[in-house]
Design a protein around this ligand. Sequence first.
Ligand SMILES: [Zn+2]
Length: 121
Amino acid sequence: MASDKTHPPTYDQIHPPQSNPNIPTIYSNVEQFNPTPATTTVIVTNTAVGPDPTTVTCPSCRATVVTRLEYETTTKTHVCAALLCLFICWPCVCIPYCSTSCRDANHYCPNCGSFIGTYRK
Ligand SMILES: [Zn+2]
C-alpha cells in the first residue's frame, strides 16, 4: 500500500539575504554612561485623579494606595452658595458646602500622608 506522503514544503528557498544597511555601531563605552538625573522632574499634581478615591502609586512612598479624599472649600463653593441664595432659595445655601460637586477633591496618600493631586470640577 503506497500512501502518498506529501511532505510539507520545506523552507529551503529562503530569500537571499539582502545587503545589510549601515548598522550604526553600538557604543559600548562604559565611560560614556551617564545617569543624567536632570530629567527627574517630579510634578506631583499631574497625577490623574478623579472625584472618587483612586488607586495610584504614591510618588513619595512608592506604595500602591487608594487615595484619601479631602474636599476643599474654594471660591467656587461660595459662588455656588451665593447663586443659590440669590436665585433659588436661601435654605439651599448649604448645599454647595455639603455636596462635593462645588469643592476641589484633594487626594492624599493614606500611607505617608503626602499630597498626590487635586481634582477640580
Ligand atoms: Zn505615600
